[in-house]
Design a protein around this ligand. Sequence first.
Ligand SMILES: [Zn+2]
Length: 241
Amino acid sequence: MSEPYFRTDPYLSDAPAQVTAHTPEGGVIVDRPLFYPTGGGQPGDSGHLTWAGGALQIATTVKGKDKATDIVLVPAAPEALPPVGTAVQQRLDWGRRHRLMRMHTGLHLLSVVIPLPVSGGAVGEARSRLDFDMPDAPEDRDTLEALLNRMIDDDLPISERWITDADLAANPGLVKTMSVAPPRNAGRIRLIQIGDGDDMVDLQPCGGTHVARTGEIGHLRLGKIEKKGRQNRRVYLHLDT
Ligand SMILES: [Zn+2]
């Protein structure tokens, strides 16, 4: 299978593919997916497939049950699927995906202002959260929110780079972790970097979709901080615009 479009170009909202299989549950597998599959807190993409004489609404996207490398497009209703071999056009619900990219990138920044181990997380269009190993509540919420929004105002560039398993083993501190399992390809792992040179604020393995610059996120609002057990706190982040 070719490298998925969502990894090579997260801004692509429309792309061709060929149907390679149907799953027993009625899902569609294509040779080069545009749709990001649910993983590590980021929800799967929704949108449409169109082909000569047909169209299908896609409700969400998941990883394959048998082969984790399979990406399965899940129809919104049990309608006729494009037959195997059909050339289809994939079209994302771009408004939703772009909000998820903004929020997902915002969660990276949250893990910068709260530099504690992350035990879980969930990305939503308007509200997201990270769970931290945080025995004590933070003292100054306003400062945290101001620091977040300062990195957004600084409009820092976001880039990816790949390192080897050996590099990662030598730098275990890179894994915080955002819980979006990074793609591993022939012994290489994808890292997402925010900022450059002396302005680099974050570097961690991640397989999700991100915006190109922090300014594109828009201002974030720090929400509730809930106690979850003795050691953990759940921190909410809101995107109001
Ligand atoms: Zn990420």
